[in-house]
Design a binder for this molecule. Structure first.
Ligand SMILES: Nc1ncnc2c1ncn2[C@@H]1O[C@H](COP(=O)(O)OP(=O)(O)O)[C@@H](O)[C@H]1O
Ligand SMILES: [Mg+2]
Length: 374
């Protein structure tokens, strides 16, 4: 922004100091003048000789002017030095802000010394920079991973086509089958990416949703998948409501239960879905048996494209998730002001706890009514 030039804060502070010093001086000398001189008679006989009042007034007046000039100069110089020292941290904060504005997010102010207003501002600024930096890094990682994941099905299709092209006796039905699988995968991935970006926006209409009904519905839909993998699916608990988007909450529970089935034991595993009200919160807990999970891996699972097993083999291509399931879950929960906790089970498998507010937060009520979603 272009601003008209003005006096610096340092100059204004110095002038204010000097002004105060001058004012105090005038007040002090004025008091002396009035009280002392007015009490004296025109001519007084003192032990040292005669004292004429008008002569005393002249002397005192000259001295007073000299003192006031001195006080003003003192106030200006002292104020200038003092203001410079006071404002020095501000210069460092401005420099850091300027660097950040030009894209250098790694710089920190790191103001030393005790706690005061400037240090607090600098600390808040530093932590804001740290947050922005990690956010930007996550975005870059995300873009790189997304491009990589999107390229994979395209590269596989290309290889399949090349092979078919160089071998005229190729089985066409088999080629079409494989191409279809790879294509479906690319569509799933793109849809998951779209959903992830949409879930992050908080612009969905909020309605009262009973999570226990959603849990029932998801269990019913995924029962065939569970049976196919010989997994017992249990739904327990009480009705409990939250305010949010039915479609997004349905997607959130579906992803959790699908994970609980897919990342379970090869056979005879169990999945339990539990809902209950917890004070002002609504609790959803999904728990499954499965292979043991490394505790240090668990907190990273909600990052996009983070899978328990990093490389997927081609044979698994059809059934493996795209690695966005938990990222979508996390994003939906955040948009609903809730929390997500992943706990590895001591006997293997995962416990997932979701807490959502029963009523929307205040800041949601104060926003303009959301636009209906397309
Ligand atoms: N219920 C679960 N039990 C065990 N592991 C799980 C469970 N849910 C997720 N995981 C692990 O977290 C990883 C990330 O999950 P997700 O984001 O849904 O990706 P995807 O399921 O597509 O691999 C999975 O690859 C799996 O290793
Ligand atoms: Mg998944």
């Amino acid at each position: 922004m272009d601003r008209r030039p003005g006096p610096s804060a340092r100059l204004r502070l110095a002038v204010s100091y000097a002004g105060f010093a001058l004012f105090a001086g005038v007040l002090l000398l004025g008091t002396v003048w009035v009280i002392l001189l007015q009490a004296l008679p025109e001519v007084a006989v003192m032990p040292g000789g005669m004292l004429v009042r008008s002569a005393l007034e002249r002397t005192l007046g000259t001295a007073a002017v000299a003192v006031l000039v001195l006080m003003t100069v003192f106030g200006l110089v002292g104020g200038w030095v003092l203001a410079g020292r006071m404002l020095a941290p501000l210069t460092r904060i401005t420099d850091a802000a300027r660097l950040a504005a030009h894209g250098s997010l790694s710089h920190r102010i790191r103001l030393d010394g005790g706690d005061d207003e400037f240090r607090r501002l600098a600390d808040v600024f530093d932590s804001m920079l740290a947050q922005i930096e990690s956010h930007v890094a996550a975005q870059q990682r995300f873009a790189a991973n997304a491009s990589h994941e999107l390229r994979t099905p395209l590269a596989i299709s290309r290889t399949l086509l090349d092979v078919a092209h160089s071998n005229p006796a190729h089985d066409r039905a088999d080629l079409l089958d494989r191409l279809r699988t790879v294509n479906t995968r690319a569509i799933d991935l793109t849809e998951a990416l779209l959903l992830l970006s949409r879930a992050g926006h908080r612009t969905f209409p909020r309605e009262t949703v009973d999570l226990s009904l959603i849990a029932e519905e998801v269990a019913e839909t995924l029962l065939p998948l569970a049976e196919q993998r010989r997994i017992t699916l249990d739904v327990t608990g009480d009705p409990t409501r939250t305010a949010g988007s039915t479609a997004l909450l349905l997607r959130m529970v579906t992803n959790l239960v699908q994970n609980a089935i897919v990342h379970n034991l090869p056979a005879d595993g169990t999945v339990t879905i539990h809902t209950e009200p917890r004070g002002a919160l609504t609790l959803l807990h999904v728990e499954n048996t499965g292979p043991p999970l490394a505790p240090d891996l668990v907190p990273t699972l909600t990052e996009p494209f983070q899978r328990g097993t990093q490389r997927i083999r081609t044979a698994e291509y059809q059934v493996a998730g795209v690695g966005l399931g938990l990222a979508i879950v996390h994003s939906i929960i955040r948009a609903h002001d809730g929390t997500l906790t992943l706990t590895p089970q001591p006997t293997g498998g995962l416990g997932v706890t979701v807490l959502l507010p029963t009523t929307p937060h205040r800041h949601d009520l104060s926003r303009p009514p959301p636009r209906p979603q397309a």
